[in-house]
Design a protein around this ligand. Structure first.
Ligand code: UDP
Ligand code: MG
Length: 311
């Protein structure tokens, strides 16, 4: 299952490498490509690929819905006993699928690729990614394996479990881990992008990170009660101290600076806390609206199953 967004430069090379691997594996297969609202020649190229090999099945979104949604759509469409997810830019070596399948046949229910180094990412992205996964690991109920991405094989039971998740904010890395099952890691070297450039800008990665936090942790919501408790306790003590001082030494004019600092600080904290609340409320709103996860523009070899996108 391949999510694609403006990947015309990679498609010929991708299929040239993928096809022999799939033939070697020797099991019946289908290649599901989800065109996530590409604006280039991706779709026409995919149609040409399907004309040559009917096992290539195509789904085209009505617009760009994002990689996580594209993967969710592909998983819903996939009918096999196992499903392999991979990027379409050849950063994930197709040859590894053979190893995945061997591990799966040996009993693993999910086999995921772990990248050996992140040299293909810039320094900033590497640092921020590490910080993000470290924090999320500590704050959330899920264990995120380091350096594991979307390159993985999943057994039917895992796919069914993922498909049954109703949430609209689909932070897949969290979901993979949340479902559990027998998981195994396989190390691999990430290649350079075959063509084009990454679709994930820093800003988009930040939003992605926020989605991850909000979907798998309620600590950002709850920590304010602890801060509130601490501030209340401290100000209680301070109040006693001021009263005692006033009783003993009489009334003096207390500092303007301390008042200002306390007011501004607490004002800031309250705004942050409101912002966090607002973020979660916004997410509840998105879930409650119950819009479909994606809309299908066109499909070949697959049933559109629009209703399923809604369930
Ligand atoms: N992708 C997608 N929709 C998007 C952005 C990306 O389907 O909105 C696909 C893209 O075509 C590729 C995969 O997701 O197959 C990974 O994207 P990319 O290589 O840009 O991300 P990176 O490797 O930098 O994490
Ligand atoms: Mg990539």
């Amino acid at each position: 299952m391949l999510p694609m967004h403006n990947e015309e430069g990679s498609i010929p090379a991708l299929f040239a490498r993928l096809q022999p691997v799939l033939e070697r594996v020797g099991l019946p297969y289908e290649v599901i490509c989800v065109d996530d609202g590409s604006g280039d020649g991706t779709w026409d190229m995919l149609l040409a690929m399907r004309a040559r090999n009917l096992r290539v099945k195509l789904l085209r979104f009505s617009r760009n819905f994002g990689k996580e949604v594209a993967m969710s759509a592909g998983l819903r469409q996939a009918g096999g006993r196992a499903v392999v997810l991979m990027d379409s830019d050849l950063q994930h070596p197709p040859e590894l699928i053979e190893t995945f399948v061997a591990r799966w046949q040996a009993g693993a229910q999910m086999v995921y690729g772990v990248r050996q180094d992140r040299a293909t990412d810039g320094w900033l992205r590497r640092t921020l990614t590490r910080a993000f996964y470290g924090t999320l690991d500590r704050l959330s109920e899920v264990d995120l394996p380091r350096d594991a991405g979307d390159f993985r094989l999943m057994d039917r039971v895992v796919v069914d479990a993922l498909n049954a998740m109703p949430e609209r904010t689909r932070f897949m890395k969290g979901l993979y881990s949340w479902v559990g099952f027998r998981q195994e890691a396989v190390p691999f070297e990430v290649a350079d992008r075959h063509a084009g450039s990454s679709k994930f800008s820093l800003w988009r990665l930040m939003r992605f990170a926020l989605d991850g936090f909000a979907s798998f942790s309620t600590v950002p919501l709850r920590m304010w009660s602890w801060l509130g408790l601490a501030v209340a306790a401290l100000s209680g003590l301070y109040g006693v101290w001021i009263m005692a001082k006033t009783l003993v030494y009489g009334v003096d004019v207390p500092g303007y600076a301390s008042l200002m600092v306390a007011t501004l600080f607490l004002g800031g904290v309250q705004l942050i806390c409101l912002g966090v609340l607002g973020d979660y409320v916004g997410r509840i709103f998105t879930e409650v609206k119950g819009r479909p996860l994606y809309l299908v523009g066109e499909s070949h070899g697959l049933s559109p199953r629009q209703e399923e996108a809604r369930s």
